[in-house]
Design a protein around this ligand. Structure first.
Ligand code: 76R
Length: 258
């Protein structure tokens, strides 16, 4: 029989989070069957409209009022992922609506989505003064997404099992474990850029992890290395993984050409 603790569990202190831009990952499958029925001119027209839309999104990004990224997805879970960051959930919804109104989106079937808010933990403290005024923190909370060659996305949660429950660990213990997580993470500086989206209460998992790299093998290396770290080994629970390659706007005609 499994050991059941009869001790009442003390309520632990939640780590304070710093919250930045709201985030949507919109995964789509290309309906090639229907696209193939269209003549080239119609397809080109739809691509041009989509490129125009992306150009508008680029302007928002240039003004530092949001960011976005378009990547392919390898394998059968999806064909494309469009990641969007905006200051409010209303703006996220506006972008989602605008996408759905594009002609091309009639041929892009929803296959998965993830909603979160860019999150920084404060296990290491958040420095002097108002963290939201700290330029280093602001850059991380309101990031312009890198134009890296590859993306990796997966949702995850921290375990709430009887014996391995992240949420009943003391603040001190979590601090210590997160310190070691951070050490592994920082050994990938310059190779991987990560964005952690907090999604407790927003979506089905507790965090959405987005990694960017110019070397796709680094995704395997960091995730594998972290599996041995206590935070992931004992407490990590993972959803589906998606990886893909950047799809620049100017590549779209070639991508959709038959
Ligand atoms: O400052 C520090 O020392 C730690 C900063 C830090 C926090 C608070 C940090 C650093 N992470 C934090 C929080 Mn992370 N991270 C992941 C994954 O696949 C897996 O096993 C885990 C997925 C990766 C790959 C990764 C990478 N991190 C978190 C949280 C929230 C936890 C909570 O609040 O309870 C999750 C779910 C999570 C998961 N992390 C880093 C990285 C990398 C590369 C770094 C160092 C980079 C940097 O400091 O900029």
């Amino acid at each position: 029989m499994q050991h059941q603790s009869t001790e009442p569990t003390a309520t632990q202190q939640a780590a304070e989070t710093l919250d930045g831009w709201y985030t949507l990952h919109d995964f789509r499958r290309i309906n090639w069957t229907e696209l193939k029925k269209l003549d080239a001119a119609k397809r080109e027209e739809m691509i041009a409209e989509f490129q125009q839309f992306l150009a508008q999104m680029d302007e928002v990004e240039a003004k530092k009022e949001g960011s976005h990224a378009l990547y392919t997805v390898i394998g059968q879970k999806a064909d494309l992922v469009f990641m969007v960051l905006r200051p409010t959930m209303e703006e996220i919804q506006d972008v989602e609506l605008s996408l759905q109104k594009l002609a091309l989106y009639e041929y892009l079937i929803p296959s998965y989505s993830y909603v979160s808010v860019v999150e920084l933990g404060t296990y290491r403290g958040s420095g002097e003064g108002d963290p939201y005024e700290n330029p280093y923190i602001r850059e991380r909370l309101y990031p312009t997404l890198p134009k890296s060659k590859h993306i990796c996305f997966y949702p995850m949660s921290k375990a709430r099992r009887d014996n391995d429950n992240w949420y009943t660990l003391s603040m001190e213990k979590r601090k210590e474990l997160m310190y070691r997580h951070g050490l592994i993470g920082r050994s990938y500086a310059g190779k991987i850029q990560q964005i952690i989206g907090g999604s407790t209460g927003f979506d089905d998992w507790e965090w959405g992890v987005t990694l960017f790299s110019n070397d796709i093998l680094q995704f395997k290396k960091i995730v594998y290395e972290m599996r041995f770290d206590e935070v992931s080994a004992k407490y990590g629970e993972f959803g589906e993984f998606f990886i893909g390659n950047i799809l620049p706007s100017e590549e779209l005609p070639r991508h959709f050409a038959l």
